[in-house]
Design a protein around this ligand. Structure first.
Ligand code: AHN
Ligand code: ZN
Length: 336
């Protein structure tokens, strides 16, 4: 019998070996194949650790409700500053007194971690670290003046950003990054109180926007994280984000789709939310989007435990922290 010059079995064997060699990349890094990466070289993104992010959330909640002018708030502010100092090149702590809607003077602290201050291209990442003084949306009226843990409303965004800070320390990105932990976002007018509530929210962001940590501070764009830890969260395209920074919304939502997170980053517009990013857009002119859990099936339009005493660590899902963390870190590391 004549043996063919190239044995089909040998070809098949080589084909199998070749297929397997493509599948088995290292476990520590995942390279993301978007269009930009495919045309040039593939960009590696360090792996966002959801358990680490979860721990950063849990640690904040352990202080108790972080309501301005309380001991828990004071202690958590110290811990956040020290934690940021482990990771960032420079940390600014901006202390101020601001007036709440009810006349109370609040002692607040905005904490800013700067990564690669020498870089001209910069991304601003924000979340609020305070928690709400009242569970004014709790089903039980007896809780309407009790403070909340704010595990999702507050701590989740900060937890994701601290994990990103850890990554940036381990592996610097091409762009500079500034992480802005904002105070007194959630001291807005009580649901039962009368009168105007305009500008009663986001007091720390209003202060920072009028008095940035550096007089000439600027960034190419910003991303705010708010309520990014609930199971099966839905992030709709928020109104002010679309109004002030439609291209950033598109880029971030596209990145999430590419990563397979289309069930979380919904291709649908949500309402206008007066949140920290509103003042950063309006006062500082930095195009800033809000990744915020919006759910039209609840009474208030947010996640079910919003502004109730059930906004606890029990409702934090590491899977959601991971989805948001991987999306935002891909956006950061894939900037050319
Ligand atoms: C309004 O309800 C108008 N703004 C609330 C924004 C917010 C509260 N984010 C977290 N807690
Ligand atoms: Zn809130």
């Amino acid at each position: 019998m004549r043996i063919p010059l190239v044995n089909p079995l040998v070809i098949l064997l080589f084909l199998i070996i070749w297929l397997f060699s493509c599948g088995g990349s290292g476990p520590r890094q995942h390279s993301l194949s978007d269009k930009a990466a495919q045309t040039s070289q593939s960009v590696s993104v360090p792996e966002f650790n959801a358990d680490s992010a979860f721990q950063f959330v849990a640690r904040q909640v352990e202080f108790g409700p972080r309501v301005p002018n309380t001991e828990a708030h004071q202690q958590c502010g110290i811990w956040l500053t020290e934690t940021m100092q482990r990771f960032a090149d420079t940390v600014y702590v901006q202390q101020a007194r601001v007036r709440a809607y009810n006349g109370t003077i609040l002692n607040i602290r905005n904490i800013i971690g700067v990564f690669q201050p020498e870089r001209r291209n910069r991304i601003l990442l924000c979340a609020h670290w305070d928690s709400r003084p009242y569970a004014d949306w709790d089903p039980d009226p007896a809780n309407h003046y009790r403070p909340i843990d704010g595990a999702n409303d507050g701590a989740s965004g900060v937890g994701v950003l601290l994990e990103i800070a850890r990554l940036l320390h381990k592996e610097p990105a091409q762009w500079g990054v500034d992480i802005l932990l904002l105070d007194a976002e959630d001291y807005g007018k009580h649901h039962a109180a009368s009168g105007m509530d305009e500008d009663s929210w986001a007091l720390g962001a209003q202060y920072w926007s009028n008095n940035p940590h550096r007089i000439d501070y600027n960034a190419n764009f910003g991303i705010l994280l708010d309520m990014v830890g609930a199971s099966h969260a839905t992030f709709k395209k928020e109104g002010y984000s679309m109004m002030y920074a439609p291209n950033i919304v598109r880029n971030v939502w596209n990145k999430a789709q590419q990563l397979g997170f289309g069930n979380y980053f919904i291709n649908q517009e949500g309402g206008f939310i007066t949140d920290d990013h509103y003042y950063i857009n309006k006062i500082r002119n930095i195009p800033t989007i809000n990744i915020i859990h919006l759910d039209s099936s609840t009474r208030h339009g947010f996640f079910p435990q919003w502004h109730t005493i059930d906004d606890t660590i029990d409702y934090i899902d590491p899977q959601t922290l991971s989805v948001v963390g991987r999306t935002v870190s891909a956006v950061i590391y894939q900037q050319p």
